[in-house]
Design a protein around this ligand. Structure first.
Ligand code: PLP
Length: 326
């Protein structure tokens, strides 16, 4: 069964009778000001993907590591990693990107869902942490994670850290500590770069994990045009720096706006804010009736707000929030 994700503007348009192009989609954590993709070289669609096209070097430089595997979005690795391990116990956070739990359960592993705090003390053989967590925004420190990794590795365990939302705060990343036995870091080009449709992600790990994973996923996981765009985007340091600054400002602005209208976020990251409120469902509907799509979570009742882009969109959200009667 497919899990629910943000970004379902088509379904919202049908449900609320508002044309697709009239929506302000805040339901994902995808940067609305994506890396500007240039015109593609002539002939690029005709060429099979090449391992030595410079993508791996660009990614190693960007992440500060030496071993990685490009995959068709980090989702491809999330689905495949449970196949690489014999049945075992797995700890995950209760409120986190649900595809991890789904994948480990589907492959017959015994999954325990614990709180964002309890997970650091887990005695499971595999621990999966989303850092910063989506949607709670809990950011685990490098020292917390290295201590957990140290404990796991003594019992041949495995720590998987999903850093899909880490690009805004690279100084908190475990990427420079890879490759290390028993450690897997997942990265995505979908969020910070805003290139979710390109389906490019990376697995940072030791060779004993990368090699069987590559075999499992098969040849040519990423299309040549997507590899080309990813390589250029990852080398664009000026854009990285400017975008980090812009996202810091936007994230604070969003948190401030939500707080002003009684929706103080319980957590957030550079790409979203998370609001816990008992009336999340009715707030979600009130905003949707005005063509503003948020991501609704049932347990706990909460809403995730992605970043608006233009000033018009900020103003539109401001007006909609100011009109909510509670
Ligand atoms: C925490 C987290 N990890 C991984 C993914 C998968 O991203 P992608 O496959 O685009 O790299 C998502 C997508 O929403 C996510 O939220």
């Amino acid at each position: 069964m497919a899990l629910e994700h943000g970004g379902r503007v088509h379904a919202a348009a049908k449900r609320y009778g508002i044309p697709e192009n009239a929506w302000l989609d805040l339901s994902t954590g995808i940067n609305p000001d994506a890396w500007p993709v240039p015109a593609l070289p002539v002939g690029i669609w005709q060429h099979l993907p090449q391992d030595d096209d410079g993508l791996i070097d660009a990614a190693c430089n960007y992440y500060g590591t030496t071993h990685l595997l490009p995959v068709a979005g980090s989702q491809a690795a999330i689905g495949a990693l449970p196949e690489l391990r014999k049945h075992c116990t797995v700890a995950l956070a209760q409120t986190a990107y649900a595809e991890h739990e789904h994948a480990w359960r589907q492959h017959g592993h015994q999954v325990f869902c614990v709180s964002d705090e309890e997970i650091l003390q887990s005695t499971a053989e595999v621990v999966v942490i989303v850092n910063p967590n989506n949607p709670t925004g809990r950011l685990y420190s490098i020292s917390e994670l290295l201590a957990l990794h140290e404990r796991l590795v003594q019992c041949s365990g495995l720590l998987v850290v999903d850093e899909a939302f880490m690009d805004a705060t690279p100084e908190q990343s475990l990427a420079p500590f890879c490759p290390r036995v028993g450690l897997i870091v997942l990265r995505s080009l979908g969020k910070f770069f805003g290139l979710a449709g390109a389906r490019v992600g990376f697995v940072l790990a030791a060779e004993n994990i990368l090699q069987p994973l590559a075999e499992l996923l098969g040849p040519w996981p990423i299309a040549t045009p997507a590899r080309h765009v990813a390589k250029l985007a990852m080398a664009d340091r000026v854009w990285h720096e400017n975008t980090r600054k812009d996202l810091r400002v936007a994230s604070l602005r969003l948190s401030g706006m939500l707080t002003r209208y009684g929706f103080a976020p319980a957590g957030g990251s550079g790409l979203f804010q998370w609001v816990k409120c008992l009336d999340a469902s009715s707030v979600h509907q009130t905003l949707a009736k005005q063509g503003i799509l948020t991501r609704l979570f049932d347990a706990p009742a909460s809403l995730r707000f992605g970043m608006p882009s233009s000033e018009d969109n900020w103003a539109r959200l401001d007006v909609a929030l100011s009109g909510i009667k509670r």
